[in-house]
Design a protein around this ligand. Structure first.
Ligand code: SF4
Length: 374
Protein backbone atom coordinates (compact mmCIF):
# COMPACT_ATOMS: atom_id res chain seq x y z
CA UNK A 1 0.00 0.00 0.00
CA UNK A 2 1.48 3.38 -0.95
CA UNK A 3 1.92 6.05 1.69
CA UNK A 4 -0.45 8.39 -0.12
CA UNK A 5 -3.21 5.79 -0.31
CA UNK A 6 -2.63 4.99 3.35
CA UNK A 7 -3.16 8.62 4.30
CA UNK A 8 -6.15 9.01 1.97
CA UNK A 9 -7.90 6.12 3.68
CA UNK A 10 -7.92 8.07 6.93
CA UNK A 11 -9.42 11.15 5.28
CA UNK A 12 -12.19 9.69 3.13
CA UNK A 13 -15.11 12.16 3.16
CA UNK A 14 -17.82 9.52 2.63
CA UNK A 15 -16.53 7.44 5.56
CA UNK A 16 -16.32 10.60 7.67
CA UNK A 17 -19.95 11.46 6.95
CA UNK A 18 -20.91 7.87 7.73
CA UNK A 19 -19.16 8.07 11.10
CA UNK A 20 -20.82 11.41 11.82
CA UNK A 21 -24.24 9.87 11.05
CA UNK A 22 -23.46 6.98 13.37
CA UNK A 23 -22.41 9.39 16.15
CA UNK A 24 -25.70 11.28 15.70
CA UNK A 25 -27.69 8.02 15.92
CA UNK A 26 -25.95 6.90 19.11
CA UNK A 27 -26.19 10.39 20.64
CA UNK A 28 -29.91 10.78 19.90
CA UNK A 29 -31.81 11.34 23.13
CA UNK A 30 -28.68 11.81 25.24
CA UNK A 31 -28.28 14.97 27.30
CA UNK A 32 -25.31 17.17 26.37
CA UNK A 33 -22.10 15.09 26.26
CA UNK A 34 -19.00 17.18 26.91
CA UNK A 35 -15.74 15.64 25.72
CA UNK A 36 -12.29 17.18 26.01
CA UNK A 37 -9.39 16.67 23.66
CA UNK A 38 -6.21 17.11 25.68
CA UNK A 39 -3.66 17.16 22.91
CA UNK A 40 -2.74 20.24 20.91
CA UNK A 41 -2.34 18.21 17.73
CA UNK A 42 -5.91 16.93 18.14
CA UNK A 43 -7.10 20.51 18.71
CA UNK A 44 -5.44 21.62 15.50
CA UNK A 45 -6.83 18.63 13.54
CA UNK A 46 -10.36 19.17 14.91
CA UNK A 47 -10.35 22.82 13.82
CA UNK A 48 -8.61 22.20 10.49
CA UNK A 49 -11.04 19.47 9.46
CA UNK A 50 -14.19 21.13 10.74
CA UNK A 51 -14.98 18.16 12.95
CA UNK A 52 -17.19 20.14 15.37
CA UNK A 53 -19.48 21.06 12.50
CA UNK A 54 -20.00 17.36 11.68
CA UNK A 55 -21.26 16.54 15.17
CA UNK A 56 -24.81 16.72 16.54
CA UNK A 57 -25.55 19.65 18.85
CA UNK A 58 -25.49 17.59 22.03
CA UNK A 59 -21.89 16.42 21.47
CA UNK A 60 -19.62 19.26 22.59
CA UNK A 61 -15.86 19.18 22.11
CA UNK A 62 -13.78 21.26 24.52
CA UNK A 63 -10.11 22.00 23.95
CA UNK A 64 -7.84 21.31 26.91
CA UNK A 65 -4.30 22.04 28.07
CA UNK A 66 -2.49 19.82 25.58
CA UNK A 67 -0.11 22.34 24.07
CA UNK A 68 3.20 22.10 25.95
CA UNK A 69 4.33 25.62 25.07
CA UNK A 70 0.96 27.05 26.18
CA UNK A 71 0.96 25.43 29.62
CA UNK A 72 4.50 26.59 30.40
CA UNK A 73 4.02 29.47 32.85
CA UNK A 74 5.35 32.99 32.49
CA UNK A 75 7.98 32.67 35.22
CA UNK A 76 9.67 29.88 33.25
CA UNK A 77 9.77 32.13 30.18
CA UNK A 78 11.18 34.96 32.32
CA UNK A 79 13.89 32.65 33.64
CA UNK A 80 14.74 31.54 30.08
CA UNK A 81 15.02 35.22 29.12
CA UNK A 82 17.31 35.80 32.13
CA UNK A 83 19.52 32.91 30.97
CA UNK A 84 19.66 34.44 27.48
CA UNK A 85 20.65 37.84 28.89
CA UNK A 86 23.84 36.39 30.36
CA UNK A 87 26.75 37.02 28.00
CA UNK A 88 28.21 33.53 28.59
CA UNK A 89 24.99 31.60 27.89
CA UNK A 90 23.52 30.20 24.68
CA UNK A 91 19.84 29.26 24.90
CA UNK A 92 18.64 26.47 22.60
CA UNK A 93 14.96 25.73 22.14
CA UNK A 94 12.27 24.49 19.80
CA UNK A 95 10.76 27.08 17.47
CA UNK A 96 7.53 28.15 19.15
CA UNK A 97 9.17 28.98 22.47
CA UNK A 98 11.10 31.95 21.10
CA UNK A 99 7.91 33.90 20.37
CA UNK A 100 6.09 33.32 23.66
CA UNK A 101 5.84 36.62 25.53
CA UNK A 102 7.28 36.70 29.04
CA UNK A 103 6.60 39.54 31.46
CA UNK A 104 8.36 42.24 29.45
CA UNK A 105 10.26 40.51 26.67
CA UNK A 106 10.57 37.31 24.64
CA UNK A 107 13.49 35.19 23.53
CA UNK A 108 12.93 36.54 20.02
CA UNK A 109 13.28 40.09 21.29
CA UNK A 110 16.39 39.18 23.28
CA UNK A 111 17.85 37.60 20.14
CA UNK A 112 17.29 40.84 18.26
CA UNK A 113 19.24 42.50 21.11
CA UNK A 114 22.16 40.15 20.36
CA UNK A 115 21.45 37.39 22.87
CA UNK A 116 22.61 33.98 21.64
CA UNK A 117 19.26 32.20 21.18
CA UNK A 118 19.15 29.29 18.76
CA UNK A 119 16.25 27.21 17.45
CA UNK A 120 17.15 23.52 17.29
CA UNK A 121 15.19 20.55 16.00
CA UNK A 122 16.39 18.08 18.62
CA UNK A 123 17.97 18.31 22.09
CA UNK A 124 20.86 16.33 20.61
CA UNK A 125 21.54 19.35 18.36
CA UNK A 126 21.90 21.41 21.54
CA UNK A 127 24.48 18.94 22.88
CA UNK A 128 26.36 19.44 19.61
CA UNK A 129 26.19 23.25 20.07
CA UNK A 130 27.78 22.71 23.51
CA UNK A 131 30.51 20.52 22.04
CA UNK A 132 31.27 23.15 19.38
CA UNK A 133 31.29 26.01 21.92
CA UNK A 134 33.24 24.79 24.96
CA UNK A 135 33.60 28.33 26.33
CA UNK A 136 29.86 28.85 26.61
CA UNK A 137 27.13 27.42 28.82
CA UNK A 138 24.45 25.93 26.59
CA UNK A 139 20.96 25.78 28.12
CA UNK A 140 18.31 23.67 26.41
CA UNK A 141 14.73 24.55 27.35
CA UNK A 142 13.12 21.22 28.22
CA UNK A 143 9.46 21.85 27.45
CA UNK A 144 7.02 19.11 26.48
CA UNK A 145 5.08 16.08 27.64
CA UNK A 146 6.01 12.38 27.79
CA UNK A 147 6.50 12.48 24.02
CA UNK A 148 9.40 14.92 24.10
CA UNK A 149 10.94 14.14 27.48
CA UNK A 150 12.64 10.86 26.43
CA UNK A 151 14.67 12.63 23.73
CA UNK A 152 15.77 15.20 26.32
CA UNK A 153 16.67 12.39 28.73
CA UNK A 154 18.76 10.83 25.94
CA UNK A 155 20.56 14.15 25.40
CA UNK A 156 21.36 14.44 29.12
CA UNK A 157 22.67 10.86 29.20
CA UNK A 158 24.77 11.52 26.12
CA UNK A 159 26.23 14.74 27.53
CA UNK A 160 27.05 12.97 30.81
CA UNK A 161 28.64 10.01 29.02
CA UNK A 162 30.75 12.25 26.79
CA UNK A 163 31.69 14.67 29.57
CA UNK A 164 30.02 17.64 27.86
CA UNK A 165 29.95 19.65 31.07
CA UNK A 166 28.70 22.88 29.47
CA UNK A 167 25.33 21.35 28.45
CA UNK A 168 22.40 22.11 30.76
CA UNK A 169 18.66 21.50 30.68
CA UNK A 170 16.00 23.66 32.31
CA UNK A 171 13.28 21.06 32.76
CA UNK A 172 9.66 22.17 32.54
CA UNK A 173 8.51 18.77 31.30
CA UNK A 174 5.06 17.72 32.30
CA UNK A 175 3.14 14.48 32.43
CA UNK A 176 -0.50 14.18 31.44
CA UNK A 177 -2.35 11.89 33.88
CA UNK A 178 -2.22 14.24 36.93
CA UNK A 179 -3.53 17.11 34.76
CA UNK A 180 -6.40 14.91 33.60
CA UNK A 181 -7.22 14.20 37.25
CA UNK A 182 -7.31 17.95 37.93
CA UNK A 183 -9.65 18.56 34.97
CA UNK A 184 -11.90 15.70 36.00
CA UNK A 185 -12.31 17.32 39.39
CA UNK A 186 -13.50 20.62 37.86
CA UNK A 187 -17.30 20.35 38.05
CA UNK A 188 -17.76 23.46 35.87
CA UNK A 189 -16.52 21.50 32.85
CA UNK A 190 -19.03 18.67 33.34
CA UNK A 191 -16.86 16.32 31.33
CA UNK A 192 -18.05 12.87 30.34
CA UNK A 193 -14.85 11.76 28.66
CA UNK A 194 -11.48 12.49 27.13
CA UNK A 195 -10.05 12.10 23.65
CA UNK A 196 -6.68 10.99 24.98
CA UNK A 197 -3.40 12.04 23.35
CA UNK A 198 -1.87 9.78 20.72
CA UNK A 199 1.86 10.48 20.96
CA UNK A 200 1.92 10.64 24.77
CA UNK A 201 0.05 7.32 24.86
CA UNK A 202 2.54 5.71 22.48
CA UNK A 203 5.08 6.28 25.30
CA UNK A 204 3.04 5.64 28.46
CA UNK A 205 0.51 3.08 27.15
CA UNK A 206 -2.96 2.56 28.58
CA UNK A 207 -2.51 1.74 32.27
CA UNK A 208 -1.74 5.29 33.55
CA UNK A 209 -5.23 6.41 32.43
CA UNK A 210 -7.18 3.55 34.01
CA UNK A 211 -7.91 5.55 37.16
CA UNK A 212 -10.04 7.95 35.09
CA UNK A 213 -12.54 5.22 34.36
CA UNK A 214 -12.16 3.14 37.51
CA UNK A 215 -12.15 5.97 40.04
CA UNK A 216 -13.96 8.82 38.30
CA UNK A 217 -16.31 7.01 35.88
CA UNK A 218 -14.80 8.96 32.98
CA UNK A 219 -14.75 7.54 29.45
CA UNK A 220 -11.44 7.71 27.58
CA UNK A 221 -10.34 6.84 24.05
CA UNK A 222 -6.79 7.13 22.76
CA UNK A 223 -7.29 8.37 19.19
CA UNK A 224 -4.98 9.03 16.26
CA UNK A 225 -4.70 12.39 14.49
CA UNK A 226 -6.36 11.77 11.15
CA UNK A 227 -9.95 13.02 10.81
CA UNK A 228 -11.34 9.48 10.67
CA UNK A 229 -9.33 8.50 13.75
CA UNK A 230 -10.82 11.40 15.68
CA UNK A 231 -14.37 10.74 14.49
CA UNK A 232 -14.06 7.06 15.33
CA UNK A 233 -12.65 7.99 18.75
CA UNK A 234 -15.64 10.29 19.36
CA UNK A 235 -18.02 7.50 18.29
CA UNK A 236 -16.33 5.10 20.75
CA UNK A 237 -16.70 7.69 23.52
CA UNK A 238 -20.34 8.42 22.75
CA UNK A 239 -21.08 4.67 22.68
CA UNK A 240 -19.58 4.34 26.15
CA UNK A 241 -21.71 7.20 27.44
CA UNK A 242 -24.87 5.83 25.78
CA UNK A 243 -24.24 2.39 27.27
CA UNK A 244 -23.47 3.81 30.72
CA UNK A 245 -19.93 2.42 30.59
CA UNK A 246 -16.59 4.02 31.45
CA UNK A 247 -13.42 2.45 30.09
CA UNK A 248 -10.10 3.40 28.56
CA UNK A 249 -10.11 2.19 24.95
CA UNK A 250 -7.61 2.47 22.14
CA UNK A 251 -8.70 3.61 18.70
CA UNK A 252 -5.10 4.20 17.61
CA UNK A 253 -4.12 0.52 17.78
CA UNK A 254 -1.72 0.86 14.85
CA UNK A 255 0.66 2.80 17.11
CA UNK A 256 -0.34 2.55 20.80
CA UNK A 257 0.49 -0.58 22.80
CA UNK A 258 -1.05 -1.45 26.16
CA UNK A 259 2.37 -1.28 27.83
CA UNK A 260 3.55 1.83 25.93
CA UNK A 261 7.21 2.05 24.95
CA UNK A 262 9.28 0.31 27.65
CA UNK A 263 12.62 1.63 26.36
CA UNK A 264 11.45 5.24 26.42
CA UNK A 265 9.89 4.75 29.87
CA UNK A 266 13.15 3.28 31.22
CA UNK A 267 15.05 6.25 29.82
CA UNK A 268 12.65 8.66 31.52
CA UNK A 269 12.97 6.79 34.79
CA UNK A 270 16.78 6.87 34.70
CA UNK A 271 17.07 10.62 34.13
CA UNK A 272 13.94 12.19 35.64
CA UNK A 273 11.91 11.88 38.81
CA UNK A 274 8.36 13.13 39.44
CA UNK A 275 7.95 16.59 40.93
CA UNK A 276 5.13 19.08 41.48
CA UNK A 277 4.76 21.44 38.52
CA UNK A 278 3.03 24.71 37.77
CA UNK A 279 0.78 24.73 34.69
CA UNK A 280 -0.40 27.95 33.09
CA UNK A 281 -4.12 28.06 33.78
CA UNK A 282 -4.24 24.99 36.00
CA UNK A 283 -1.84 26.09 38.74
CA UNK A 284 0.35 23.75 40.75
CA UNK A 285 -0.40 20.07 40.17
CA UNK A 286 1.23 17.48 42.43
CA UNK A 287 3.42 14.94 40.66
CA UNK A 288 2.83 16.44 37.21
CA UNK A 289 6.40 17.48 36.41
CA UNK A 290 9.72 15.81 35.67
CA UNK A 291 12.80 16.99 37.55
CA UNK A 292 16.33 15.95 36.66
CA UNK A 293 17.63 13.29 39.07
CA UNK A 294 20.51 14.05 41.43
CA UNK A 295 22.82 11.77 39.39
CA UNK A 296 22.57 14.29 36.55
CA UNK A 297 22.58 17.43 38.69
CA UNK A 298 25.66 18.68 36.83
CA UNK A 299 23.38 19.22 33.80
CA UNK A 300 20.55 20.95 35.68
CA UNK A 301 20.46 24.55 34.48
CA UNK A 302 18.91 26.28 37.53
CA UNK A 303 21.35 24.66 39.97
CA UNK A 304 24.42 25.61 37.98
CA UNK A 305 23.63 28.94 36.34
CA UNK A 306 22.35 31.54 38.74
CA UNK A 307 20.09 34.23 37.30
CA UNK A 308 17.64 36.70 38.74
CA UNK A 309 14.57 36.74 36.52
CA UNK A 310 12.39 39.83 36.56
CA UNK A 311 9.23 39.94 38.65
CA UNK A 312 6.66 37.95 36.70
CA UNK A 313 3.53 39.74 35.55
CA UNK A 314 0.85 38.38 33.25
CA UNK A 315 -0.92 40.61 30.69
CA UNK A 316 -4.05 41.72 32.58
CA UNK A 317 -6.43 41.03 29.68
CA UNK A 318 -4.99 37.69 28.55
CA UNK A 319 -7.45 34.86 29.19
CA UNK A 320 -5.12 31.96 28.24
CA UNK A 321 -5.56 30.38 31.68
CA UNK A 322 -9.31 29.96 31.14
CA UNK A 323 -8.83 28.81 27.53
CA UNK A 324 -6.41 26.12 28.73
CA UNK A 325 -8.93 24.89 31.32
CA UNK A 326 -11.67 24.71 28.70
CA UNK A 327 -13.65 27.40 30.52
CA UNK A 328 -13.48 30.02 27.78
CA UNK A 329 -13.69 29.84 24.01
CA UNK A 330 -10.88 31.81 22.32
CA UNK A 331 -13.42 34.13 20.67
CA UNK A 332 -14.63 35.14 24.12
CA UNK A 333 -11.24 36.67 24.91
CA UNK A 334 -11.54 40.43 24.30
CA UNK A 335 -8.13 40.47 22.61
CA UNK A 336 -8.81 37.62 20.16
CA UNK A 337 -8.20 38.55 16.54
CA UNK A 338 -7.73 42.24 17.22
CA UNK A 339 -4.91 42.95 19.65
CA UNK A 340 -3.90 39.27 19.74
CA UNK A 341 -3.17 37.53 16.43
CA UNK A 342 -0.53 34.98 15.39
CA UNK A 343 1.59 37.93 14.16
CA UNK A 344 1.15 39.87 17.41
CA UNK A 345 0.52 37.20 20.07
CA UNK A 346 -0.33 38.45 23.53
CA UNK A 347 -0.62 34.99 25.07
CA UNK A 348 1.02 31.62 24.58
CA UNK A 349 -2.18 30.07 23.17
CA UNK A 350 -1.89 32.30 20.07
CA UNK A 351 1.83 31.61 19.56
CA UNK A 352 2.12 27.89 19.37
CA UNK A 353 1.15 25.95 16.28
CA UNK A 354 -0.71 23.66 18.72
CA UNK A 355 -2.36 26.49 20.66
CA UNK A 356 -6.16 26.64 20.84
CA UNK A 357 -6.32 30.35 20.01
CA UNK A 358 -3.98 29.89 17.03
CA UNK A 359 -6.06 26.94 15.78
CA UNK A 360 -9.29 28.90 16.19
CA UNK A 361 -7.82 31.97 14.45
CA UNK A 362 -6.51 29.94 11.53
CA UNK A 363 -9.31 27.42 10.98
CA UNK A 364 -12.21 28.21 13.28
CA UNK A 365 -15.72 28.72 12.02
CA UNK A 366 -17.49 31.66 13.69
CA UNK A 367 -20.02 29.54 15.54
CA UNK A 368 -18.12 26.49 16.66
CA UNK A 369 -18.71 25.27 20.18
CA UNK A 370 -15.91 24.51 22.50
CA UNK A 371 -16.05 25.81 26.05
CA UNK A 372 -18.35 26.10 28.97
CA UNK A 373 -19.28 29.53 27.77
CA UNK A 374 -18.95 28.74 24.06
S1 SF4 B 1 -6.71 35.45 22.28
FE1 SF4 B 1 -4.60 35.87 22.92
S2 SF4 B 1 -4.75 36.90 24.87
FE2 SF4 B 1 -6.72 35.93 24.47
S3 SF4 B 1 -6.61 33.96 25.48
FE3 SF4 B 1 -5.94 33.64 23.38
S4 SF4 B 1 -3.72 33.90 23.41
FE4 SF4 B 1 -4.51 34.71 25.37
Amino acid sequence: MSGVKFVEEFRDGAIARGLARRIAEVARGLPEVRLMEVCGTHTMAIYRNGIRQLLPENIVLISGPGCPVCVTPNDYIDRAIAFARRPDVTVCTFGDMVRVPGSSSSLELEKSRRADVRVVYSPLDAVEVAVQNPGRKVVFLGVGFETTAPTVAAAIELAAAKGVDNFFVSSAHKVMPPALAALTADARLGLKGFILPAHVSAIIGVVPYQFLAAKHGMAGVIAGFEPLDILQGILMLVEQVAEGRAAIEVQYTRVVREEGNPRALALLERVFQPCDAEWRGLGMIAGSGLAIRAEYAAHQAEANIIVEPEQTVVHPSCRCGEVLRGLLHPRECPLFGTVCTPETPVGACMVSTEGTCAACYKYGAPAEEGSVGG
